[in-house]
Design a protein around this ligand. Sequence first.
Ligand code: PHE
Length: 441
Amino acid sequence: MSVRETWATRIGFILVATGSAVGLGNIWRFPFLTAESGGAAFLIAYLILIVSVGLPLILAEFVIGRRTKRNVVGAFDELGRSNWKIVGGIGALAGFVILSYYSVVGGWVIQYIIASITGAYTSDPAAYFETASVGTNAVVFDALFMGFVAGIVALGIRNGLERAAKFMVPSVVVLLIVLSVYGATLDGSGAGYAFYLSPDPATLVSDAIGLLPDAAGQAFFTLSLGMGVMITYASYLGEDRSLLNDSLLILVVDTFIALLAGLAIFPFLFAEGIDPGTGGPGTVFVALGTAFAELPAGQLVGTVFYIALFMAALTSAFSILEVIVAYVTETFGFERKPATVGIAGVIFLIGIPTALDINVLNAYDVLANQVLLIGGGLLLAIFVGWFFAGEALEEFTTGSDGLEGLGTVWIWLLRIPITVLLLYVLYNGVLATTEAVTAVL
Ligand code: PHE
């Protein structure tokens, strides 16, 4: 087998990991979920979970990856815990499911970049979404998006992933800042912010507690947790610096982008008096399309917005493909390029039903986020908390001297509270999946 690559630079690693985290989940899912689920109360629930569940689990994935320097399945062999390979198996399966529909939405985004330039959705945004999102167009642009993803992964982690992330992640930040500044200048921006984050002080705390399960699903999805992205990425780390610092940085940037996206989007909608609707995959595109059709310089603003969304989606999508490619090349000895093309092709085929029926897309989404990622995260918490704690602590303190006490808190969080919470979330997820599948049948 060829020599395993490593990241060229530390910042490169931080950017690829941040690029995986920052994606459609931040710009498309988070703002609407927050607005619909109680604004500030949801944000509080989310922040609590990001720190108490997200951070411990990123660290769990990082220590496994850096210690074993293997892919998501091979890592457990390397540790001599082959029974736990099921965790990697769930991760790879989640990867197939998520990327198959994520790339369909990525294909919509490409169509919206083109349509913003040509003005194709301006006369009837709802009708435009219908033709773009389902059927031939959806399939064709899904294939195109997959082509970009596979092209980058085929180039390898330094020349492909790291290079792309170094350019794209900072670009997304800059573009969103520009958009939110533009949004702030619009009449109606105040109403937009109020809709987004307005707290109801009387019920803030009790609301936040009720929202924990929903917020947990979002926390997993947005941080790319539970499927081994962070295991795979950390496996390409050569040196031993503080994993805690890197994890914190990723959390902060990811949350910042999610907030920023909402600060950009809601003023657009409120300036034009558009009802943000009930969320869901379509409303976002339709509502924003309506706003871009009316706003001053709307076509330009729309083009910039969808380009940012495209780059954010791409850096997330290639992290998913990388998990599977790393597994297949290392386990079966295939070359990277043909393996990448083959796997991308299979994922494309699995995604076709989601490009033909939006209910199927929704069912994939619920299954992946609420069952597979949560299930993977649950097993990881149990594994690291109960079966790997000693080595995990040793790996955690490498590069983080003096933080042994914090390490112990980390292990105990994984052992009990996180495990209990994820069991509860998983139970809800199974019910939600059953419902989503019934809606298709
Ligand atoms: N974190 C990505 C987003 O917010 C989605 C993702 C999930 C990426 C799981 C990789 C793994 O869009």
